[in-house]
Structures are given as structure tokens and as C-alpha cells.
Design a protein around this ligand. Structure first.
Ligand code: ZN
Length: 158
């Protein structure tokens, strides 16, 4: 059934409110699917629609922890995959090999050494905790060294 202008107006007005889509469906006499499709076509967003989480902060922490416990393996797997993907991307940007000895066999044995003084933090920490964009930006201040050359560089004269 075609949407009338008035219906569209009402959808625009109510879509981002806290009413559930089911309530909205009853109100507009449409299926949830039809509402979602129409909203997508109009470019509407639900914004910060309420998620199924407790309002109380302490309880929320508990539910987040519970989510982590229930999905630990999946979360860690995703994190490791992301870490590897960004690190390899950065390694490729920096030439793909140790800039001192040319080592390039294993990505895990390649490390980032800050070549400038405006260091914003340890690269491993930045890759893990900051956005990909931030990591790539910080990576431009680094040279690539293999783990051995990196240790040697930091222990010169000892
Ligand atoms: Zn090396």
C-alpha cells in the first residue's frame, strides 16, 4: 500500500522517538518490515534508540561483564584479527621489511620504532586501543625493525 504524505510526515516525526517499532506499526497500521523499509528510503535513523540494557550504571557494568564472559572467545578472536590486519597494513606501508637487516619472514617479529620525538605512545598500545586512522598516522613516525635489530638499537653500548 502506498504511503500518503501525512503518513510519511508522521513516520518522520515519530521514527526517532523512543516508541518501539511494534508500537509505531500499530499506530500507523503497517508492518515493522514496511516501516523499516520506508524509513531506510527516507534516510531516517533511530538515533539512540533504547537498547536492552539496564538503566542503572552498576547493573549495566554487570551486564557488560556478563556479555564479555559469555562471548569471551569471539571477542578476543575479533580483537586479534583486527590487530593483525592493522599491523600488517602498517608493515606494508613502511616497506614490509626490517629497515636495518631486511628481515621479512614473520609479521609478528616486526616492530615499530619511533623515529621522531613527537611520540604519542607505544605503537602496540595505539593499535590495540585507538582507531585505525590514529594508528596509521602514528605509524608514519616510525621505522620498521625486526625484533632483534630493535633490541640491539635500544641496548647500544650495554
Ligand atoms: Zn633486523
Amino acid at each position: 500500500m502506498k504511503w500518503t504524505n501525512r503518513e510519511e510526515m508522521e513516520l518522520k516525526e515519530k521514527y526517532s522517538s523512543c516508541a518501539s517499532l511494534r508500537e509505531l506499526g500499530t499506530y500507523l497500521n503497517r508492518s515493522i518490515r514496511s516501516i523499516k523499509q520506508k524509513a531506510a528510503r527516507l534516510g531516517l535513523s533511530r538515533g539512540l534508540a533504547p537498547v536492552n540494557k539496564p538503566k542503572n550504571k552498576r547493573h549495566r557494568n554487570i551486564s557488560d561483564k556478563q556479555y564479555y564472559e559469555d562471548n569471551k572467545k569471539k571477542i578476543q578472536h575479533t580483537k586479534t584479527k583486527r590487530l593483525k590486519r592493522i599491523k600488517i597494513e602498517m608493515i606494508n606501508l613502511l616497506g614490509g621489511r626490517c629497515s636495518k637487516c631486511g628481515y621479512n619472514h614473520c609479521w609478528a617479529a616486526l616492530e615499530f620504532h619511533h623515529n621522531t620525538s613527537d611520540k604519542e605512545g607505544n605503537m602496540a598500545h595505539i593499535i590495540k586501543n585507538k582507531s585505525r586512522e590514529k594508528a596509521l598516522k602514528e605509524g608514519k613516525k616510525c621505522i620498521l625493525l625486526c625484533a632483534n635489530c630493535h633490541r640491539e638499537l635500544h641496548n647500544q653500548g650495554s
